[in-house]
Design a protein around this ligand. Structure first.
Ligand code: FNR
Length: 359
């Protein structure tokens, strides 16, 4: 148990360290909106409120699952929950497995519901856990949603990992069938391919977060935690969120009406709007919001979220979209490596540059 606690604190420490040192480039930079100087709408006409898991939330982005299980990470959860409450933002937490085995770790998760009794709260558990554990995870937070994370790359690199992958799909199927709350399957920063999404759709998963590479890098985090065996050569493994969204759209017919969320490397309101333009219903943010809360407390995060809420609306007005879904009618240029990804996967990247003409 001491090792697990240490791991939770290592994750926060190493993730926060990654977000120092200014803005970095990601595949979101390979996406550009075509500017139409007369194409905008007036700001008061824009409403980016969305329906998420049957509830209405103020803005199309949320605080993604991160932490809990120790005193210091419980404080982070408390601060995140206050900011979520004050801004009407949905929120996840880190894997609650630690609390299922050790009751003394549970309060670091319960604090989320205490601070935010009416908010949209997501519990989180790793794939491979039992249906019973999944139920207990939801009960612990009186959660509205269960996030199940699939993290094969992380399991491969992390010192205490178990690369026991072959039963994962079956395990998710059982959880989806048994739980009353919606189940959201997510990666942790390596992306979900169209094939993976189709597999998930085939077992009844209705929500997935493609969580791609480019932001918090769990390969580097786990590698730093594992002196002796070096996996840094794997850097860059996996797909970015933009690549995953393009892949998904090209295979939409196989996804059975699944709703996609996106996360991984979202740095600013423009990245949010780009992910929405590629068809994400909502956008998850972990590292950028963790940095804000660690540096500025709940007030710092309330301010940042408020500013993102305003800026995403301004960008939508500029792009001529009155709603979040309306952004899928914008003209998007797909450049660089992302375009190469499209070519290799047989995706018509050029079609995204002509969408407003069709309307
Ligand atoms: C995470 N993430 C994560 N995801 C999950 O499903 N369960 C977890 O326990 C954790 N733990 C965790 C800890 C910390 C400190 C961070 C920063 C992140 C992954 C997170 O939800 C997200 O998928 C990735 O971090 C990519 O998004 P960002 O950070 O690039 O916005």
């Amino acid at each position: 148990a001491a090792g697990r606690r240490e791991r939770k604190e290592d994750h926060v420490r190493l993730a926060t360290a990654q977000w120092q040192g200014g803005k970095r480039t990601t595949e979101f930079d390979d996406l550009e909106f075509l500017h139409h100087a007369l194409g905008g709408v007036s700001l008061p006409e824009v409403d980016l409120g969305i329906e998420l898991f049957g509830r209405t939330v103020a803005a199309p982005f949320y605080i993604n699952g991160m932490t809990g299980g120790t005193e210091s990470t419980g404080r982070i959860n408390q601060q995140l929950a206050i900011a979520a409450r004050e801004t009407g933002t949905a929120m996840g937490c880190g894997s609650v497995s630690i609390a299922l085995e050790d009751e003394s770790a549970a309060d670091a998760f319960r604090v989320i519901r205490r601070e935010n009794p009416d908010g949209l709260v997501m519990a989180n558990i790793g794939v491979g856990r039992s249906v019973e554990d999944a139920r207990r995870a939801v009960d612990l937070l009186q959660a509205d949603v269960l996030q199940v994370h699939v993290n094969a790359v992380q399991e491969t690199v992390m010192p205490e990992g178990s690369p026991d992958f072959s039963s994962w799909l079956r395990g998710i199927e059982q959880i989806v069938a048994a739980l009353e709350v919606p189940v959201l399957v997510k990666e942790v920063g390596f992306g979900l391919s169209a094939r993976t999404l189709a597999d998930l759709a085939s077992i009844g998963v209705a929500w997935a977060d493609v969580s791609g590479r480019g932001g918090t890098d769990f390969l580097a985090i786990e590698n730093d935690r594992r002196p002796g065996r070096d996996y840094s050569y794997l850097t860059g493994f996996g797909q970015s969120a933009p690549a995953a969204l393009l892949d998904a759209r090209a295979h939409q017919g196989e996804l059975g009406g699944m709703t996609l969320l996106a996360s991984g490397g979202v740095r600013d309101p423009l990245d949010v709007v780009k992910a929405l333009a590629l068809g994400a219903r909502a956008v998850g943010v972990a590292g950028s919001f963790l940095k804000a809360v660690v540096e500025g407390g709940p007030e710092g995060l309330v301010e940042l979220i408020g500013s993102w809420q305003h800026h995403t609306r301004e960008l939508a007005a500029l792009l001529g979209a009155r709603t979040a879904a309306g952004l899928t009618g914008t003209d998007v240029l797909v450049r660089g490596r992302l375009r190469e990804f499209c070519t290799l996967r047989g995706i018509d990247a050029g079609a995204f540059a002509h969408r407003s003409a069709r309307a």
